[in-house]
Design a protein around this ligand. Structure first.
Ligand code: SF4
Ligand code: SF4
Length: 308
């Protein structure tokens, strides 16, 4: 696989939460960020991964017997020694319960198009389309751009969900001309804190946001800023005030605030990964109260809060 060609870890149909109307969402595998609260941790690594769901396992040990690499062992945390596993897939064929799955499909642009094109009548009837998500689609500008171009030839609305951390030259050449809308996530304004919780500083993200937002005001691709509300991380009073000020400075009139869901944490165990230190059990159990959520809206007074 060329580094320019992504693996796709899911194509979700009938999606109602990733843009207007009924949509298909194409999830790219691989992301330059590693946010502590990432809802799609299976999208962080570029390579394919074996996913093990202990809840589905019936304990037959067929997989252990078939594995020539001796990578499966009940003494190993998470059941699978990922250093030993060569992703041959033999255990998947052997598993009777679907407890083992491979995450990451190698698909051509045309294969992705054919999978989503069958829903075109639903997109057209509902004002929907296709959303490129991840992971980070802009990490693969040639592939994502070719996909978006082919969808636009079919008159399909193409929306990009992005962390904003990308090389703008490649983005402008390959992807930007074929987009109808961008959902741009703004997380943390303090660069050191951004690096601490997301793995990279935010210099490039803020530059890209300002550039793309100004272009959207001048008739370019429509851009909606989104802010994930993660208690104690993004959803601190200071950070939300900083983001709201940044939005006002560029002339934004709308923003989407994304509620926090801790349901993704099981996915980490399926990937054999520990919880980030910032995500203690106590933290995860503590959902935001309605009052706390309402407080998050206050710094954005004067901006229209929209769904995304
Ligand atoms: S994918 Fe192959 S090497 Fe990896 S655990 Fe399964 S059988 Fe073993
Ligand atoms: S083959 Fe599937 S059900 Fe049997 S032990 Fe392995 S993971 Fe569990």
């Amino acid at each position: 696989m060329s580094p320019k060609t992504p693996l796709i870890f899911e194509i979700k149909g009938n999606a109602l939460d990733d843009g207007p109307g009924i949509r298909s969402v194409v999830f790219f595998k691989g992301c330059p960020l590693s946010c502590a609260w990432c809802h799609n941790p299976e999208g962080q690594h570029r390579q394919a991964q074996i996913v093990f769901d202990g809840q589905k396992c019936i304990g037959c040990d067929s997989c252990i017997e078939i594995c020539s690499q001796h990578a499966l062992n009940r003494e190993t945390a998470g059941f699978l020694d990922r250093e030993k596993c060569d992703l041959c897939g033999d255990c998947l064929d052997q598993c009777p319960s679907g407890a083992l799955e491979k995450c990451g499909m190698s698909l051509s642009v045309n294969e992705v198009v054919s999978r989503v094109a069958k829903y075109i009548p639903f997109y057209q009837a509902s004002g929907g389309g296709v959303t490129l998500s991840g992971g980070e689609p802009t990490s693969y500008p040639e592939f994502a751009g070719e996909l978006a171009a082919k969808l636009q030839e079919e008159h399909v609305h193409v929306l990009l969900e992005t962390s904003g951390h990308f090389d703008r030259t490649a983005f402008d050449v390959h992807l930007y001309p074929h987009l109808d809308a961008i959902y741009f996530d703004l997380k943390i304004v303090d660069s050191a804190r951004h690096k601490e919780l997301c793995g990279v500083d935010n210099k490039r993200i803020l530059e890209n946001f300002q550039d793309l937002f100004l272009r959207s005001m001048e008739g370019g691709v429509n851009l909606l800023p989104r802010v994930p509300l993660i208690p104690g991380m993004t959803a601190t009073k200071k950070n939300l005030v900083d983001i709201a000020n940044l939005l006002r400075e560029v002339g934004a009139t709308r923003v989407a605030l994304l509620p926090y869901h801790p349901f993704w944490i099981e996915k980490l165990a399926h990937l054999g990964r520990p919880r980030p230190i910032a995500m203690s059990s106590e933290y995860l159990e503590r959902l935001m109260t309605q009052d706390e959520i309402a407080q998050c809206y206050l710094p954005f007074a004067g901006l229209e809060i929209v769904d995304a």
